[in-house]
Design a protein around this ligand. Sequence first.
Ligand SMILES: *[C@@H]1O[C@H](CO)[C@@H](O)[C@H](O)[C@H]1NC(C)=O
Ligand SMILES: *[C@@H]1O[C@H](CO)[C@@H](O)[C@H](O)[C@H]1NC(C)=O
Ligand SMILES: [Zn+2]
Length: 383
Amino acid sequence: FVFTMATVEELKLRVRELENELIKCKQKQYHVTFMLLMSKCELVYFLTLICMNFVLQMFVQKIRTFTVAVVGVGGVGSVTAEMLTRCGIGKLLLFDYDKVELANMNRLFFQPHQAGLSKVEAAEHTLRNINPDVSFETHNYNITTMENFTHFMDRISHGGLEEGKPVDLVLSCVDNFEARMAINTACNELGQIWMESGVSENAVSGHIQLIIPGETACFACAPPLVVAANIDEKTLKREGVCAASLPTTMGVVAGLLVQNVLKYLLKFGTVSYYLGYNAMQDFFPTMAMKANPQCNDRYCRRQQEEYKKQEAERPKVKVVEVEEEVVHEDNEWGIELVSEVTDAELQAASGSVPDLPEGITVAYTIPAKVSVVYSVKDIYSNV
Ligand SMILES: *[C@@H]1O[C@H](CO)[C@@H](O)[C@H](O)[C@H]1NC(C)=O
Ligand SMILES: *[C@@H]1O[C@H](CO)[C@@H](O)[C@H](O)[C@H]1NC(C)=O
Ligand SMILES: [Zn+2]
């Protein structure tokens, strides 16, 4: 089929009409009768919309059950919080001691009229306007002081959407070593999974890292890589010394961070353990690091013992990874998205596939003949 009979605009209008009709009828049987009334062209377009809506709806339904704590509401943290707010996260806990400064207006999110306000206060105001459905809890303090650290631990272990439950994820968007160490200590003690993010002081590289206490390297486990990159950051906060910052690098790192958060929470794709970003070469190194049995943090070592015990107790069944299916499991329409091009299909596809370096594949090839986008499997089976 081809979209020659009607323009896309006309089709969109028709789909809107059809959607309105559909809302009126609740019974499945009617759905099918209704679909039979459509032309094939309309049907496919309609199914595309429904399928997209299903995916989106499921994500929206699911994401609102989660709570995320964002520690540090600066160049990366504020953008991270905004993305999560726009995605419809259930609850956000924001921690920052700092105030909005006019000097930081080269970054995203905050506005000049907010200068002088505490970052958490200004952020909450903006974010509430963007999405009033999100719950906010803000703390305007330095988490590294003894008193506040205790309070911080209490909130990440009890500040979930349902009060008393822990948060689902802690995100470190801080710009100094002490604060990272404080988050690391708290999460190791609580066994709280968290993600770390950072932008170098020359503003042209950054990274994100997933830390599962006891399983992957914590911030104290892996001095060579992560710590080395942040040693200079102590000096970064000196009075009058201004580190370079770019809204681009911070935006990229925030985007990578939230992408990883969504993949982790909503269970799709591959969650990165470590993903670097080098802006100069557009190089994105990835890797995974195991926890260090000689880690200085005793809670890290204790979590490693726990993890070992759990692993030993786990039945030795090979885990079969099912990724693609998850999205469609509640799909009452029986609509199935055709999976992405496999390597075999790629080889079989017509048209020449260029010789590419390892790790790079083409996004798509031109198939021999245009095939239907959806297999409308079992669509009549439950009538
Ligand atoms: C936060 O508290 C720690 C510990 O008391 C202190 O060393 C650090 O300077 C404080 N940071 C700020 C920005 O006040
Ligand atoms: C945070 O620390 C400051 C000074 O150390 C203290 O005055 C304040 O009450 C603390 N806030 C909380 C919530 O513990
Ligand atoms: Zn460790």
